[in-house]
Design a protein around this ligand. Structure first.
Ligand code: EPZ
Length: 423
């Protein structure tokens, strides 16, 4: 199994360019099924999850030209499209569920074997199904009991749908399904993440009529047809946040280019509370961890615009060495503290109580063999490896490959002592 060897690196310096957003490009690729025209997706990050989504689209019958060296994917879903998403692809990437709404519209049926829970939680989809039922889809209950989503709909009709929780995936699946439904759909308590705004912008360029994306109420007027577009994906706010923390934790100074600070207000506010100096310039965002002592702060993860759950473990890495105790509360996923055991192997001495982790802070960490328990946690143990005494060996790094483009190369360019050992 490939692994990363990370050594104490001293302060990072230089500049890093943020790649396109994984969580924006995946729903946008799913939405290419909504037209027979060619769609050109630019700034698509070269990630394992993008490759899996491309394979899924090809398995459904779409023509996919993937040039991830140049961050371009062209999709043309012309003619007959299969309604069944192959299990071997769905189990590699839960986000395969994002094709559900588009498949239903395109083929009148969608058959997806669910992969079940994962490291960070059970990952139910009852809200996705609640929305599709409200639009007129029939979900086979017997199949569902066996973990198979078998949804049918001759046509979809607009409706008002309330989401009990502002689920990102459910919001995206319902918006996609509503674009070609008959009549108007109003989605209440919708997720407000920037990736949903990017999806809505992409769909509106295809001819959809979506208003209110990025707020808790999204209105979609169904149209008859959507056409192909050429779209640039927004930068990845979680990758940007991860590199901001890399400058803070090593007391370095890094220029983060091609990021949108507005997408990271909560994270920037919290980094400033810790004493990190952050300056927006025309070149990008300068993150300086060398000016002040890095002190602790408390974190509570919430749906956007609250502090993002995907930044919980990277930020916890900083808190293990920050001066003073802190409490991190994870309210979005039920089991997203798997990285705590890895930080503790490095001497962090963190205690968890239910949804809370109590971090004593001010530790001098030591290198250890650790594992990446999810893609963000994988990046987090690399961050602590940069400041720990000695060497940290990170395994199960396929998680990192899922969500961070050229992660090792970008860190090396900032002066990190890191190398990848492939089998
Ligand atoms: C998206 O996952 C992201 N993935 C996740 O990023 C991110 O952590 C998450 O949103 C929250 O921001 C992609 O966009 C591909 P949710 P998603 O539905 O859509 C519960 C990463 O690291 N829920 O908003 O699966 C669910 O159990 C990944 O890039 C229900 O209860 O997230 C969870 O506790 C990890 N019922 C919470 O909502 C439902 O029907 C958030 O889930 C749906 C969700």
């Amino acid at each position: 199994m490939a692994k990363l060897i990370v050594r104490n690196s001293g302060p990072l310096h230089g500049e890093v360019k943020i790649s396109g957003s994984k969580n924006a490009v995946l729903p946008i690729l799913a939405a290419t099924l909504l037209t027979e025209d060619e769609c050109i997706i630019q700034d698509a990050p070269a990630l394992r999850d993008v490759e899996v989504m491309n394979q899924l689209l090809m398995s459904l019958g779409a023509k996919v030209e993937s040039d991830l060296e140049n961050n371009i994917v062209k999709v043309k879903a012309e003619g007959e499209i299969s309604c069944e998403a192959p299990f071997e692809l769905v189990k590699m990437m839960r986000a395969s569920i994002l094709v559900l709404g588009a498949l239903l519209l395109r083929s009148g049926r969608a058959l997806i074997h669910l992969p079940g829970g994962c490291a960070i939680g059970e990952r139910p989809i009852e809200l996705h199904l609640k929305g599709l039922r409200a639009l007129g889809a029939e979900i086979n209950e017997q199949s569902l009991a066996k973990g198979i989503v078998d949804a049918k709909a001759d046509k979809l009709t607009g409706s008002t749908i309330y989401l009990d929780f502002p689920s990102v995936g459910a919001t995206e699946v319902i918006i996609m399904a509503a674009t070609l439904a008959e009549g108007t759909t109003v989605l209440e308590n919708a997720a407000q993440e920037p990736e949903i705004v990017d999806l809505a912008n992409y769909l509106n360029k295809m001819g959809a009529r979506i208003k209110g994306a990025g707020t808790d109420t999204v209105k979609i007027e169904g149209v008859d047809k959507l056409h192909g577009v050429d779209h640039h994906v927004i930068p990845d706010r979680i990758e940007a946040g991860t590199f901001m923390v890399s400058a803070a934790i090593t007391k370095g100074r890094v220029l983060v280019k091609n990021m949108l600070p507005d997408h990271l207000k909560a994270v920037i506010a919290k980094l400033r509370e810790c004493g990190v100096v952050i300056e927006n310039t025309d070149e990008g965002v300068i993150v300086d961890g060398s000016q002040n002592t890095i002190v602790s702060t408390d974190i509570k993860t919430l749906p956007y615009p609250g502090f993002p759950t995907d930044m919980q473990s990277p930020f916890m890495a900083l808190l293990t060495v920050a001066k003073g105790p802190s409490v991190v509360m994870e309210t979005v996923f039920e089991n997203r503290f798997m990285h705590v055991a890895e930080f503790n192997r490095m001497g962090a001495n963190i205690r968890t109580e239910g949804k809370c982790a109590i971090i004593p802070g001010g530790r001098q960490l030591h290198g250890a063999p650790v594992i990446a328990t999810d893609l963000r946690a994988g990046a987090s143990v690399v961050l602590t490896g940069l400041v720990a005494d000695g060497t940290t060996e990170v395994s199960q790094i396929y998680h990192i490959d899922r969500g961070y483009e050229h992660f090792v190369e970008k860190l090396k360019a900032l002066g990190a002592d890191i190398e990848r050992i492939d089998d």
